[in-house]
Design a binder for this molecule. Structure first.
Ligand SMILES: C[S@@+](CC[C@H](N)C(=O)[O-])C[C@H]1O[C@@H](n2cnc3c(N)ncnc32)[C@H](O)[C@@H]1O
Length: 444
């Protein structure tokens, strides 16, 4: 009897000891403090790889998932803390808590400008850059950069970036976000103080962006032309962003949204400029283009890494999605439709076949421009329900696009290294899971 009681006490004591320690001490050495809110399996995996691949100095400077290393705060901590992202007072409590809960994941630096659909979590991209062994002074490519998460994050890490997108609006948005890392807040203040005039200039007549820019530069106080252009890009992005809010919510006018969104953009520029100065960080070079990922104008074997997320077959129509912004650009929409992966084809079945054809070309180009031994990461999910209907097969029989991409990669000399599943969270998403697929270019 006494022995049984002893055994039971012993088991409880053992359980208490195990529970008190948690499990992170098994994953991370004692000096590493992970960032608050890190709670998904893929995030823990990326944090683990960072802790194993980076040396202490690199963890402090560039790690994505740690806020303290041996008592010293990391740069990621400083970039993400301070005033939370300034969002308008009338925003829903859901939106407000999203930004607060995701303080270390998204919305920091200039990532929070313009809510682009299908945008990466910048914190995840930062960790992927680290675990792919990309270092300061290297060059990385995102051939389908969308809103520019990869170039913005790379620039903050001292890594040069080339960004390409078929959409002129994406090129503009990504450029505005990269440029905003380098804007002098004092010059921005000169412009934002006359935001009412700016709004009426932008709004009075419908003009293409090239004419809008001409008018802006003509009416502009004298700064140097490069600084003026950066500021125009930022303010015009706020104009497009506020137009989207006004159309979606209809609670306030475009002009009212413009005022508050410009205020938020200005706060973001002020904050990141201040932090970069404090940390002595000079954002690296970003070369962004409108172009076609199937046919890259980039030298063979010249890049140190590639990260991108292609459309998930025909799940999102990026032309329809961006139509109200695209009308400000000179490109023919029908011509763009021919370039956009996932949009070519008369019906869904044909669209899917052409999508696979196009992905072959994209991966072949990625393999060509990458240096030997270097890595290419693709983030991709599958629109199972849509595909099962289009292909007339059971949902379970739909082959995941991540597997297809791995097979195509192999045939182009890009061999699989690791594939990490990641849950897609959010009520509006029809997909539940995507994959971070890491490939490596064969040595020979
Ligand atoms: C999933 S989104 C990328 C989002 C991006 N990762 C971000 O963080 O914002 C896919 C992008 O591929 C672009 N795209 C589609 N076809 C393309 C092509 N042939 N060449 C270059 N970009 C293309 C679309 O315009 C869209 O911006």
């Amino acid at each position: 009897m006494a022995e049984a009681a002893d055994n039971s006490n012993c088991a409880i004591e053992n359980a208490r000891n195990i529970l008190q320690k948690g499990m992170y001490h098994k994953l991370f050495s004692p000096g590493l403090e992970i960032s608050p809110g890190l709670n998904e399996v893929y995030e823990l995996a990326l944090a683990y790889y960072e802790s194993k691949i980076l040396i202490k100095k690199e963890l402090i400077k560039n790690s994505a998932y740690f806020v303290k290393v041996d008592g010293e705060f990391t740069n990621h901590y400083f970039i993400c803390t301070g005033d939370p992202v300034k969002i308008p007072d009338y925003s829903s409590s859901r939106l407000k808590s999203f930004f607060i809960n995701n303080q270390f994941r998204t919305g920091y630096a200039t990532h929070g400008l313009f809510p682009y659909r299908g945008k990466f979590h910048p914190q995840m991209i930062k960790a992927i850059i680290n675990i792919m062994g990309i270092k300061q002074g290297d060059t990385i490519l995102d051939p389908m950069m969308g809103s520019g998460t990869v170039p913005v994050e790379a620039a903050l890490m001292g890594i040069n970036a080339i960004g390409i997108d078929a959409s002129p609006f994406c090129k503009f948005m990504a450029q505005a976000k990269c440029d905003a890392l380098k804007i002098d807040p004092a010059s921005l203040d000169i412009f934002t103080s006359r935001h009412e005039n700016l709004f009426s200039d932008f709004n009075t007549c419908f003009e293409k962006i090239s004419q809008q820019k001409k008018l802006f530069l003509k009416n502009t106080p004298l700064l140097n032309p490069a600084e003026n252009e950066k500021i125009f890009n930022l303010i015009f992005l706020a104009f497009l962003d506020s137009g989207g809010y006004a159309r979606r919510s209809q609670k306030k006018s475009h002009a009212e949204y413009f005022t508050s969104i410009l205020e938020r953009y200005t706060a973001a520029v002020n904050k990141i400029s201040h932090v970069l100065k404090q940390l002595n960080i000079f954002p690296a070079q970003t070369d962004l283009y409108q172009g076609d990922a199937r046919n890259l104008d980039i030298e063979t074997s010249s890049l140190d890494g590639i990260i991108f997320s292609p459309p998930y077959s025909f799940a999102i129509d990026y032309l329809k999605n961006d139509v109200s912004q695209l009308k400000y650009f000179d490109t023919e929409i029908s011509h763009l439709g021919e370039q956009m992966i996932g949009l070519r084809g008369k019906n869904l079945k044909e669209k899917y076949a052409m999508y696979l054809e196009d992905m072959e070309k994209v991966l072949s180009e990625c393999s060509r421009v990458l240096k030997k031994n270097r890595m290419c990461t693709i983030i991709i999910g599958t629109n199972d329900s849509q595909l099962s209907k289009a292909l007339n097969i059971r949902k379970e029989a739909v082959m995941g696009l991540h597997k297809i991409v791995m097979d195509i990669g192999k045939s182009k000399g890009l061999l699989p290294v690791r594939s990490l599943p990641r849950q897609i969270i959010g009520m509006a998403n029809t997909m539940r899971q995507e994959y971070i697929v890491i490939l490596q270019k064969q040595n020979d």
